[in-house]
Design a binder for this molecule. Sequence first.
Ligand code: F6R
Length: 243
Amino acid sequence: MEIHIAMNDQKWVSLAADQVEVQLRKNPASALSFATGATTLPLFDELISRHEDGRIDFSQATCFQLDEYRELGSEHPASCAHTLINRFYNCINIRKENCHFLDGLCSNLEDFCRDYDSLIQDGGGLDLQILGIGLNGHIGFNQPGTPFNSPTHPAKVEDFTWHKNTRFFNNPADNPRDALTMGIATIMSAKKIILMANGGGKKDILCKALFGPVIEDVPSSVLQKHPNVLVILDQSLSKLCSS
Ligand code: F6R
């Protein structure tokens, strides 16, 4: 596992964008997957800007959604799909038919999740997975206790994360308790994984995830077992594990 500490916010974002750019230059038809949330929004902006400058071409790329709330359609502003579509996909030249979504409104979840994993693997697997990390160590919607061998599956949004996400909903009652997520096994099948984090508040959990025991109670600790992980942190996280 390689850990890069960026000197400033701009560098932090550009280190991650460089990885996407390099990947698409190497293989323009790469399969990519991006976390949503506060962490990746500046990355989307940087990738859009590089696309507008002619540096990155997404026309042959494929994107797979990492996670989604259940009961929310893509038109709901708090859905992950809404962010991906409106803050990223609509601003680059990715083809609509190459953007794959987890259907939060789907009724046949078991079949849907199985087919989603097959779609990823039949296409050759994920080339690059970009992750954020939750304060309890979650990746995607894989909360503490999720088995490391889990495929894409319906997941509960446990209390800690639910309360944190309430800020995205005008009415807390609209905040779903259920989600769909790529499983930990699906994430770990990616050829390369980038974990991005910024803000001093994530110091403790990053310390556990990157240097602590690999345990299902800290889902992101599984990344220690992946052969090709790049961790990109901002300067506020430079003294990880100190005091
Ligand atoms: C969302 C996702 C989540 C976030 C995590 C961090 O698609 O995968 O695991 O990465 O909750 O969220 P932020 O970036 O808002 O701190």
